[in-house]
Design a protein around this ligand. Structure first.
Ligand code: GDP
Ligand code: ZN
Length: 449
């Protein structure tokens, strides 16, 4: 932390501007060696001037923005140089800073310094990475909540509750004559309440899989029903192979679209029907798998003709699961839709080639994806497997403590388990984080963050 680090903060490649960031005790002195301006650098003021190579040649003209410790992102002195967005200019500017005494930053090192200087806790640091990686609005909003401290406060509250019990226990152990033991029922109630809050975080973590990983949706239906056409409509481009020969989509195609802020992984499958063709049978086997792994089935049948056996079979097979049914090719007639015995409220009639049908299917997918299941992204939530594992270990320790209480063992025997729970939860915010935990967290950051 005594060293001053520098890195490109904007994405590599061309852009309007590139920002090179420098942080550490020597940031001002190093910047002064590469930046020449009429006015001196001042805290939080953008100053226009020349960026110089150490031999005095002008690399570019741009802005220097100095920010004095401790009111900065890293908690250290920071200087940003805003130059023209050319990879060459950015590289030369960075090289000048290195020659002037800065060293290249490691991945996540700026954020790591922010954490070590108490600017943010570990759950907020992870939220920074999540926000940068977010693919969807819901994902970005969830990251914003943890960045604002939602998880830190929830975990901090749980630790404080357990800590208060430990303090009372410690008092009665140290001064058994003066300090009475806390009431067993009170301890049990507090532990149960805290465990309940942690259980809720775990449940949200499971449900949050939708926001994190997206929802798996399988498009199924008889060959030639219009599955690939519908997928292309949803993607807004010609991606899957559309053909008039039944059974063309032999393999499984996976694509991602964002519907109502939820990433949807759509699997287009070969038609589900009995087949003698070996290659087609392989495709059908994968279709069965895709259907098994999907949270939602999008069933497409040709609605212009009376339902045939293949169509009836697939409607029967998906009856018991979440699905959307599209009676397709309505432009050619609506024989099946009129005579159907499908009672789904979500049965749609239309054409995969028509924008309004695609919009209706999108809306149905959005409603199914968010139908009560998606956790509110504004709530505190676990955002990584690391955090979920820490909560699981904390709950294991609390389960031990509760068993001790239930058995009627001496009250002070719960202390070690409560200590273990406090430590496990402390890993989430970094209050009890080892060097190895920090390395793991910051390894997923990019350089310059
Ligand atoms: P898949 O085998 O279920 O994937 O079906 P495709 O998407 O490959 O479509 C099979 C044939 O039906 C192609 O010729 C499409 O152009 C045609 N098709 C798909 N949807 C419609 C529709 O809504 N109306 C009409 N008239 N033809 C369609
Ligand atoms: Zn197809």
């Amino acid at each position: 932390m005594n060293e001053t680090i520098a890195a490109l903060a904007t994405p590599p490649g061309r852009g309007a501007i590139a920002i090179v960031r420098c942080s550490g005790p020597e940031a001002r002195a190093i910047a002064a060696r590469v930046f020449r301006s009429r006015e001196p650098l001042r805290d939080r003021a953008a100053v226009y001037g020349e960026i110089l190579d150490l031999d005095g040649a002008v690399i570019d003209r741009g802005l220097a923005l100095a920010m004095d410790a401790p009111r900065t992102a890293t908690g250290e002195d920071v200087v940003e140089l805003h130059v023209h967005g050319s990879p060459v200019v950015a590289r030369e500017t960075l090289r000048a800073l290195f020659r002037a005494g800065a060293r290249p930053a490691q991945p996540g090192e700026f954020t790591r310094r922010a954490f070590l200087n108490g600017k943010l806790d570990l759950s907020a640091a992870e939220a920074v990475a999540d926000m940068i990686d977010a693919e969807t609005r819901a994902g970005a909003r969830a990251a914003a909540a943890n960045l604002a401290g939602a998880l830190r406060d929830a975990v901090g509250g749980a630790r404080a509750g357990l800590g208060a019990i430990l303090e009372e226990l410690a008092g009665s152990i140290d001064y058994p004559d003066e300090v009475p033991e806390p009431p067993r029922s009170g301890v049990a109630a507090t532990v149960a309440a805290i465990d309940g809050q942690l259980a809720e975080l775990e449940r949200d973590w499971e449900r949050g899989r939708l926001v994190r990983e997206g929802m798996a949706l399988a498009i199924v239906g008889p060959p030639n029903a219009g599955k690939s056409s519908l997928l292309n409509g949803l993607l807004g481009e010609e991606r899957a192979i559309v053909s008039e020969i039944a059974g063309t989509t032999r393999d499984v195609i996976e694509e991602r679209v964002v519907v109502d802020g939820v990433a949807v992984r759509i699997v287009d499958t070969a038609g589900l029907r009995a087949s003698d063709d070996r290659l087609e049978r392989i495709g059908i086997g994968r279709a069965e798998q895709a259907l098994a792994g999907a949270a939602l089935a999008l069933v497409v049948v040709d609605g212009s003709r009376p339902l045939d056996d293949d169509a009836r079979a697939i409607l029967e097979r998906t009856r018991a699961r979440p699905r959307i049914v599209l009676f397709n090719k309505a432009d050619l007639g609506r024989a099946a839709f009129e005579t159907r015995d499908v009672r789904d409220a979500d049965a749609l009639s239309g054409s995969a080639h028509a924008a309004e049908t695609v919009a209706a299917v999108r809306a149905a997918i959005g409603a199914a994806a968010l139908g009560g299941e998606a956790p509110d992204p504004g709530r505190p939530h676990l955002a990584s497997a690391r955090q979920a594992a820490a909560v699981a270990r904390g709950r294991d320790a609390l389960a031990q403590a509760r068993a001790t209480l239930d058995r009627g063992d001496p009250l002070d025997l719960v202390a070690p388990d409560l200590v273990a729970a406090v430590a496990a939860l402390g890993e989430i915010t970094g209050a009890a984080a080892t060097e190895a935990i920090l390395d793991g967290v910051f390894a997923r950051f990019c350089i310059g963050k």
